[in-house]
Design a protein around this ligand. Sequence first.
Ligand code: ADP
Ligand code: MG
Length: 290
Amino acid sequence: MRGAGPAAPSVGRVAAGPHPGAAEGRPERPAAVGTAHVVLEAVGKTFRRAGRRTVAISGVSLRVAAGELVCLLGPSGCGKSTLLRIVAGALECDEGSVLVGGQAVAGPAPDRGMLFQSPMLFPWLTTRKNVLFGPKAQRAAGADERDDPELDAETEAILATVGLAGFSDAFPHELSGGMQHRAAFARAMVTRPSLLLMDEPFGALDAITRVRMHEFLLRMWERYRITIIFVTHDIEEAVMLGDRVAVMGGRPPGIREVIDVPLHRPRQAADADTAGFLAVKRRIRAALTA
Ligand code: ADP
Ligand code: MG
């Protein structure tokens, strides 16, 4: 169990895939960064285009523990997406090193799921087929050993977990915005990632749906015990979700400060009105404007 030293979930255990329903009794606070799942050391990336250089990020060092939820917070253009894409293996850094589960990142892998502002479901596929698409493609490439009955059972279980059991045969246009995001989450989880990278996933949702999605994400995080790196430019969202918030910005852009969020778990929307919550927001705002 987290916070209990040696019993904290090891990267190896997590990498073997989440254990649906096996996450009862999550402790309130995360372990101090013990079993680091993600290790960034002095990561830098400079884009060069038509003779122009843009330093997107510089000197970024961060350790994220297995099962931790860390938010990357900062204004537009401070390199959040660049950093996330480097961890995903979609982009190569040109300085420093990136380890995930103790291995140097060398391209995308099914062990790392990614979610974006747009749910990006295939409009011509039902919810179930959207979820099954990834594992079937991986199986065709020899990277998923599950047979059809096993995949079908897991898909139905995940769809039930995300509250879409009754919508397996619906097409994306028949789902609300929040439901589409839950379907995208199901699609990400069916490949059993141990690390989920989320890039402003709820940025386009209305405020009420967004609050529901925060509660949904926290429930799913508790249940699957995955590590999450969540990008946002919204201070309140970062405090609601994060164990820690890495405040980004500056010139050249990097991590200015990593702020602990000492609020109890599980959290709910109403927690945003508490004095403790406001105090963390104030600290983060000060770090952003420092
Ligand atoms: P954020 O996600 O925080 O808004 P980004 O990581 O998208 O920031 O971008 C950081 C900086 O890198 C910005 O100045 C952006 O214009 C630049 N940048 C991002 N991707 C590219 C690219 N493919 N080519 C050139 N510049 C880029
Ligand atoms: Mg971005």
